[in-house]
Design a protein around this ligand. Structure first.
Ligand code: ATP
Ligand code: MG
Length: 274
């Protein structure tokens, strides 16, 4: 069992698996985007998923969040197989993500965008909403409290009433994180959150990721920027052509010949989006 081997390594941060990707493959036509990939995200850790462009990182997020069904293998969250659960059901279980390309509602305010995330747990139906039942009003109030608290955590409270499209690029990226956090996830998956950031912004993002973990969240990070990955991760898993080629502590992975070879001919600091 690969899990047992990793857990037995000395110095590895201990923690039960919150999410297990177990022998997952997914095929698009003739292309195996993921080919027998297994790894665990342990409770409370920051795990980075790295690899060259087209390695299958985003596809991995898509399989974990119900966008795609794996061709074979399974993903378990807190021990439960995700099965054929739909996206909203997976959000309710406690997995949230951001997207490689920003996906905000530009004509809604920043707060309204975050409220979309907070709504994920609402139990009321359209009838409750129409008659404004007490339960509906309570959920609305709680949703707004969550949204405002998360925006403050991300330093966006002053932007609450601005249209999302008028925010700076960095604030839009943070707003995406706020919307994901407003779903009150256990696992937060960030797909290239530093893309387009300058060194100072990357430094701030690293600090933010640590603060997110300190709130009790587990973080799975896809990132191309090696200094960020090496600086913030507890562990790193590496994909190449849909296969996992390495997993371990940042220093181990950085010196792994297979990883060095995978990055040869590619720019390891390339932050471009494909
Ligand atoms: N819906 C799809 N249909 C067909 N091919 C797809 C689909 N989604 C992903 N792929 C292919 O699967 C492979 C892995 O793509 P993926 O987006 O997961 O890579 P990535 O590791 O996130 O790369 P990048 O660093 O460039 O974002 C690529 O060859 C991509 O073209
Ligand atoms: Mg990607």
């Amino acid at each position: 069992m690969p899990e047992a081997t990793v857990a037995a390594q000395p110095g590895v941060r201990e923690g039960a698996a919150l999410l297990s990707v177990d022998d997952v493959s997914i095929q698009f036509g003739g292309l195996k985007a993921l080919d027998g990939v297994s790894f665990d995200v342990r409770q409370g850790e920051i795990l980075s998923l790295i690899g060259p462009n087209g390695a299958g990182k985003t596809t991995c997020f898509n399989v974990m969040t119900g966008v795609y069904q794996p061709t074979s293998g399974e993903v378990r969250f807190a021990g439960q197989p995700l099965g054929r659960r739909k996206r909203f059901a997976i959000t309710r279980l406690g997995i949230a993500r951001t997207f490689q390309n920003i996906r905000l509602f530009g004509n809604m305010t920043a707060l309204e965008n975050v409220l979309v995330g907070a709504d994920a747990h609402h139990r009321t139906n359209i009838l409750d909403a129409l008659v404004r039942s007490p339960r509906h009003r309570r959920e609305e109030r709680e949703g707004e409290e969550t949204a405002r608290e998360v925006m403050e955590f991300l330093g966006l409270e002053k932007r609450a009433d601005e249209l999302a499209r008028n925010l700076s690029y960095g604030d839009q990226r943070r707003l995406e994180i706020a919307r994901a956090m407003a779903t009150r996830p256990k696992l937060l998956c960030l797909d290239e959150p530093a893309a387009g950031f300058n060194p100072a912004e990357k430094e701030q993002l690293m600090e933010l990721i640590r603060r997110i973990r300190d709130r009790g969240l587990t973080v799975l990070l896809i990132e191309h920027d090696m200094s960020l990955v090496m600086g913030v991760s507890d562990r790193v898993a590496v994909l190449e052509f849909g296969r996992k080629i390495a997993e371990g502590l940042p220093a181990e992975v950085r010196n792994d010949p297979a990883v060095i070879a995978a990055y040869l001919g590619t720019d390891a600091d390339d932050e471009g989006e494909s």
